[in-house]
Design a protein around this ligand. Structure first.
Ligand code: NDP
Length: 336
């Protein structure tokens, strides 16, 4: 079978492409430029089952129509995730929402497409207005209440980002409800995604993706910072979950929280100091804080049982996820 993966050069999508190729799928990836297409081909050692298509602007009508030709399924990951945006409507809401609409339209015009898997987010589940709320356990039934206006007029970028994710996911579910396409929809809602990058994903730390930058922000921090979004997901477990979401018949029409647990900055600092694999010069740059102090009892939880069961979600440890990342980024720092 052939799978279209949008935003194939991104951190998570790169892992998804690798996982699909290993599972013998043919992959068509979309990227925004020919330079990125060349980088993605190289990342996967010019795999014979990988082909790239250039889609410079995901908000234009019919932009995915050529790329989706002959594909049996779609993983839609191309969407902005960052905290440095100024125009929230132009830079976050429109690419996220209209990109999702464009992929739904393209899938509907191609007879062969049977399933669309949308990479949504815990951001689309979480209600920040209820605060840390230690009594609360989030499930797939929960929805972030933010509206388009909330996103457009947000005071801070994370609010606009969360609005972009929930509105994109609702766009896809509304499309399915209103248009009743031949394909079915699965949405995946990961927490902060951590993990080593596929070699070649970025050239320097300047381009480090937003979630891994959270881990790296401990390096040279004066003290252990407060934790803002304390739910994490392993990049490799998430890639495997995307493949499961494609091949699992019972996933049809379902929404899944794909999360591996809670974390906080103190726990990350403790892991970095405790691991014999952490380079010594990195340990010296990470604050020790109050070793052993945990936030977990004072904030909300996430129930990931649905995905564990239906998608056979993998459960790697936080240590085995972040230490290889730290080592990789430390090397990248010295060579660039
Ligand atoms: P990356 O920043 O590594 O990748 C994002 C991808 O989306 C890149 O291919 C990028 O292309 C593309 N993209 C970004 N903005 C636009 C735009 N305006 N128009 C078209 N394409 C765009 O991020 P991740 O791999 O972390 O994220 C991938 C997906 O997963 C996103 O949908 C994100 O919301 C979602 N997600 C991520 C989480 C995380 O913790 N990382 C958690 C939950 C969900 P280019 O390189 O050309 O900019």
């Amino acid at each position: 079978a052939t799978v279209l993966v949008t935003g194939a050069n991104g951190f998570i999508a790169a892992h998804c492409v690798a996982h699909l190729l290993q599972a013998n799928f043919k992959v068509v990836g979309t990227v925004r430029s020919s330079a990125k297409a060349a980088a993605v081909l190289q990342m996967h050692f010019n795999h014979p089952n990988l082909r790239l298509e250039i889609v410079p602007d995901v908000t234009t009508e019919s932009c995915f129509n050529a790329a989706v030709k002959g594909c049996d399924a779609v993983l839609h990951l191309a969407a902005p995730f960052g905290y440095a945006y100024k125009d929230f409507e132009e830079e976050l809401l429109l690419p996220s929402i209209n990109g999702t609409l464009a992929i739904c339209e393209a899938a509907s015009q191609e007879e062969s497409v049977q399933r669309v898997v949308l990479t949504s987010s815990f951001a689309s589940v979480y209600d920040a207005s209820s605060g840390l709320n230690p009594e609360k356990t989030y499930t797939e039934e929960d929805w972030c209440p933010l509206t388009y206006e909330d996103g457009k007029n947000a005071a801070i970028t994370p609010v606009a980002y969360r609005a972009s994710k929930v509105l994109a996911e609702k766009t896809a579910w509304d499309f399915v409800e209103e248009r009743n396409p031949k394909w079915d929809l699965v949405t995946l809602c990961p927490g902060m995604v951590f993990g080593a990058l596929l070699p070649g994903t970025i050239e320097s730390l300047e381009h480090l993706n937003t979630s891994n930058a959270i881990v790296w922000s401990l390096i040279d921090a004066k003290s252990v910072p407060d934790t803002k979004a304390p739910i994490w997901t392993s990049a490799t477990a998430l890639a495997a979950a995307h493949t499961s979401a494609l091949v699992t018949a019972a996933a049809s029409g379902e929404r899944f929280l794909v999360t591996n647990g809670t974390y906080d900055f103190q726990e990350l600092a403790d892991i970095i100091h405790a691991s014999s694999d952490t380079p010594v010069n990195i340990k010296m740059r990470v604050p020790k804080g109050e070793s052993g102090r945990r936030l977990a009892e004072s904030h909300y939880k996430v129930d990931n049982r649905k995905g564990l069961k239906a998608l056979a979600l993998e459960e790697p440890s936080l240590e085995s996820t972040v230490i290889p990342l730290i080592k990789q980024l430390a090397e990248l720092e010295t060579i660039t």
